[in-house]
Ligand binder design. Sequence first.
Ligand SMILES: *Cc1c(COP(=O)(O)O)cnc(C)c1O
Length: 421
Amino acid sequence: MDHFQYRNGRLMAEDVALEDIAAAVGTPAYVYSTATLLRHFKLFDEALSGMPHMVCFAMKSLSNIAILKLLAAEGAGMDVVSGGEYARARAAGVPGDRIVFSGVGKTREEMRMALEGGIRQFNVESEPEMRALSEVAVSLGQVAPITVRVNPDVDARTHAKIATGKSENKFGIPIARAREVYAEAAALPGLKVVGIDVHIGSQLTELAPFEAAYRKVADLTEALRADGHVIERLDLGGGLGIPYTRSNEVPPLPTDYGALIRRTVGHLGCEVEIEPGRLISGNAGILLSRVIYVKNGEGRDFLILDGAMNDLIRPAMYDAWHDIVPVREPGAGAETRPYDIVGPICESGDTFAKGREMPAMAEGDLVAFRSAGAYGAVMASEYNSRALVPELLVHGDQFAVIRARPTFDEMIARDTLPPWL
Ligand SMILES: *Cc1c(COP(=O)(O)O)cnc(C)c1O
């Protein structure tokens, strides 16, 4: 459920008409709903109620400081994957002891930054990383809390570019070698083992792969404890999928997912961490865009929008589907026709949808890409020197710009000339 619904013929974000936002700030623009973000965060929090837990928002899905601040105020921790994300989380007021650091390529500088600024744990993904972290921690006179990310060799049955839990993926260490790696971790100075980490992929629409992975983690917990390690935290990753279209099967709900967690690891007495990104942010955002031209091509009509692949790359990158709906509600029984919906960028890949049935559209009409809150704005670029797409947050009947569209002068001023030119 989200808070982008038609009211009196106009698509609203909570109590604000998207037409009013377009008139105030122009298009394209991302618009997020506070109520939807909070609702989704709370669903996870409640799904794990009664067991010690922390919901660490995977901020790579949506990392605007305003969003982080909003979620942190509700008690969210953060899952960060770079020094930049760590800095953003801290800038949003998230304390270090609510930040977990994931990623296969943490640099020594990033490790130092997190150790000095405070960190809940590093999710270590390889032995070389573990040795580097040991050195950095010792050099700072600190002890780094760690989990080791294990790769359970489970097929997440999702798009290949976002599957992370098979043995051929670059993530984690093979679960079969975990005991050996934990033995080395225990022997290295400057490290303290606190638990186990797993994350098998993104946009999972079934629970079975999670169940397979978490059962393996439960077995590993017992084996590592028998080896003398203290395993008090299980970081179970993120990845629960969302419905991108209403005609699709509905993915499992956070409550079902919570029940699965209790069933598979609840008996171990561990604190559970989860790292949902998309399910919190995905349906909490839309991309608002305007039709520049309707072009009648040979055998097809093109809707040419002012939004493009640089603003929302998911269709080009993951063949992703987004529902694209008119902001003016079509009348009941309005006829539809197929459109190829494209942006203005000079690449054929700048295509959002082919043969998409829409009511008749005209120049100047507004459309909304639904479910664009996750992996939308964070992947935007200025390709074709198009200004970075702005972001807005709606709260009831108020809205605010939370990242302004840069002017061309601001964009140009970021470049600097070498002294010889
Ligand atoms: C991307 C990622 C997540 C979040 O995945 P979602 O599908 O957005 O829930 C969580 N943990 C790690 C380690 C990730 O890389």
